[in-house]
Each structure stands twice: as structure tokens, then as C-alpha cells.
Design a protein around this ligand. Structure first.
Ligand code: ZN
Length: 161
């Protein structure tokens, strides 16, 4: 069957950046599964998978706006180290939950200079043009329970119920 709204899609993928560097990939024998048409994967990829079939292999280029968003400079802030008291080894690359007026959100430490720490609230892939190599393993209709829960059960989906 072709992929449409509420199909359960099982697929393997490799994600590369513009330079061809592999950023992520599914593990051999452990494809991912998602419920199509619900915004569970990035829009640029979901759009291209619509109408595809089991066995299809495709390469999809996703612009930032249809991926993890444009890079937003206003999400970068510098704070004094004392604002992060209780956190041991503060270094570039460390990911933290920051308390903001909008509630907790993930940030990445991008720079530590003297007593000042730069925190970046952008998704690590924001602003990046992405290339996905996708191989569709299986397409099936969602079960009633899956539709009710809004996610996939079984391999590649949620296990703990
Ligand atoms: Zn469930």
C-alpha cells in the first residue's frame, strides 16, 4: 500500500549534512516506525514520503524551514557561570535544561570564556540543509489502538505500555 495519513511506516535512514557528513542513522535491524501525517517527523521528509511504497529507496533534501527551523540568534544568550551553579563540568557541547519564562527548554553550551557561558537554545540541526537517504521497509494501516494513542506500537515504536 502507498503511504497516506495514518499509515504506519517502518523505514531505515541515513542523515547527512550539506557536506555529506553522516549525522545520524538508524541501526541495522532496527528500523524506525512512525504514524504518517501527524507531524511526528520533520515536515520536509514527511511530505516526500507521502504516496511512496514499501521497498522504495529515495534521497530527500530538506531545507531548514522544513527541517529543524532557521537558526534564531535570539535563542543565544550569555550568562554568568554562577547562574549554572550545581552543574559540575561546564564545557562546550554540554546539553542542559534551562529554566526560561516559557518553561524548561534544552540548550547547548557553545562557549565558555572566563566567567561567561554561552547557551544556544536552537536545535543542533537548526539552520542546516539536510539530506536523508531513506529505505521504506514496510507500510501498513494503523490499528485502532495506535490511532487512539497517536503513536506506533511494536518494533520501532513505543514498547512500554
Ligand atoms: Zn500506545
Amino acid at each position: 500500500m502507498a503511504i497516506g495519513t495514518d499509515s504506519v511506516v517502518t523505514f531505515h535512514y541515513t542523515l547527512k549534512d550539506e557536506d555529506g557528513t553522516v549525522l545520524e542513522h538508524s541501526d541495522p535491524g532496527e528500523p524506525l516506525a512512525y504514524l504518517h501525517g501527524r507531524g511526528h517527523i520533520i515536515p520536509g521528509l514527511e511530505k516526500e514520503l507521502s504516496g511512496r511504497n514499501s521497498g522504495d529507496a529515495l534521497t530527500v533534501t530538506v531545507q531548514p524551514a522544513e527541517g529543524y527551523g532557521e537558526y534564531d540568534d535570539s535563542l543565544v544568550q550569555r550568562v554568568p557561570r554562577r547562574a549554572l551553579r550545581g552543574i559540575g563540568d561546564i564545557r562546550a557541547g554540554l546539553r542542559l535544561q534551562a529554566q526560561t519564562e516559557q518553561g524548561p527548554r534544552p540548550v547547548t553550551v557553545t562557549q565558555v570564556v572566563g566567567d561567561m557561558v554561552t547557551l544556544d537554545g536552537n536545535h543542533p540541526l537548526a539552520g542546516k540543509k539536510l539530506q536523508f537517504e531513506v529505505r521504506i521497509e514496510d507500510v501498513r494501516p494503523a490499528t485502532e489502538a495506535e490511532l487512539e494513542h497517536g503513536h506506533v506500537h511494536g518494533p520501532g515504536g513505543h514498547h512500554a505500555h
